[in-house]
Design a protein around this ligand. Structure first.
Ligand code: GLP
Length: 260
């Protein structure tokens, strides 16, 4: 695991965007796994800037999002589909045929989850998966006690997650109780993972994810089994890490040829 601690979310997001841009430049047909939430907003803004200013070309890129609320159609303003169009897809040259999210309105949810997994395989697997982390340590919507081998499926959201995401909904009582999410096993199959976390309210989840024991109670801790995960943190999110100084030293000593 590579833990990179930078002074601000802006700097961490710029680095994340450079890592993604380098991937797309070397593999124009790359498959990206994408995340929603407040955390990746700056990352998406940086990617849009790279597209506008440097011509970063998304025309052959394929994307798969981690998750979607059950019961929301694509045009629902709180749906993750709506979020992605608003914050990224409508600003870059990506074809809507190449962007995928789980279908929150599918009649047969298990069948549509299976199909989602098949589509990822047909696209050749995910080259790079963007992740955030919930305050309870979830990745995607894999809430505590998710199987570490899980695949795309329906999950019940915890109270804490609903409260954390309260701003997405006009009224918490109207919030969906379920979501479809890639499983931990699906995420671990990605060739590279890029987890971003910012702010003090993520510090405990980050410490448990990076340094705690691997346990389904902290689903992100399964990333300790992934051979190529980069954690991009700001100082506040890194504040509970026991080995923070060591991670800084490693990053400072990194040779130029290894830097994105
Ligand atoms: C949400 C999403 C996750 C996201 C996490 C953190 O519920 N399902 O993919 O990473 O929780 O959200 P935020 O970035 O808004 O803190």
């Amino acid at each position: 695991m590579e833990v990179i601690i930078l002074p601000s979310p802006d700097e961490a997001s710029r680095l994340g965007a450079r890592i993604i841009a380098n991937l797309i430049k070397t593999n124009a047909g790359a498959t990206l796994g994408l995340a929603t939430g407040r955390t990746p907003l700056r990352l998406y803004r940086e990617l849009i800037l790279l597209h506008e200013k440097e011509g970063l070309d998304f025309s052959r890129v394929t994307t798969f999002n981690l998750d979607e609320y059950v019961g929301f159609n694509q045009d629902h303003p709180a749906s993750y589909h709506f979020f992605m169009v608003k914050h990224l897809f409508s600003h870059i040259n990506i074809s809507s045929e190449r962007t995928h999210l789980p279908d929150g309105t599918a009649e047969d949810i298990p069948a549509s989850c299976l199909r989602y997994e098949e589509l990822i395989l047909e696209a050749g697997g995910i080259d790079l998966q963007v992740l955030g982390v919930g305050t309870d340590g979830h990745i995607g919507f894999n809430e505590p006690a998710s199987s570490l081998g899980s695949r795309t499926r329906i999950k019940t959201l915890t109270r804490q997650t609903l409260q954390d995401n309260e701003a997405d909904f006009k009224d918490l009582n109207q919030a969906p109780r379920h979501a479809i999410t890639m499983g931990i096993g699906t995420i671990l199959d990605s060739r590279k993972c890029l987890l971003l976390a910012f702010g003090e309210n993520k510090a405990e989840a980050v410490a448990r994810t990076v340094e705690g024991p691997v346990t389904s109670l902290v689903p992100g801790s399964a990333l300790q089994f992934h051979p190529d995960t980069v954690f991009l943190l700001d100082e506040a999110a890194a504040s509970n890490l026991a080995y923070a100084d060591y991670y800084r030293e490693v990053y400072q000593g990194k040779p130029d040829w290894q830097r994105p």
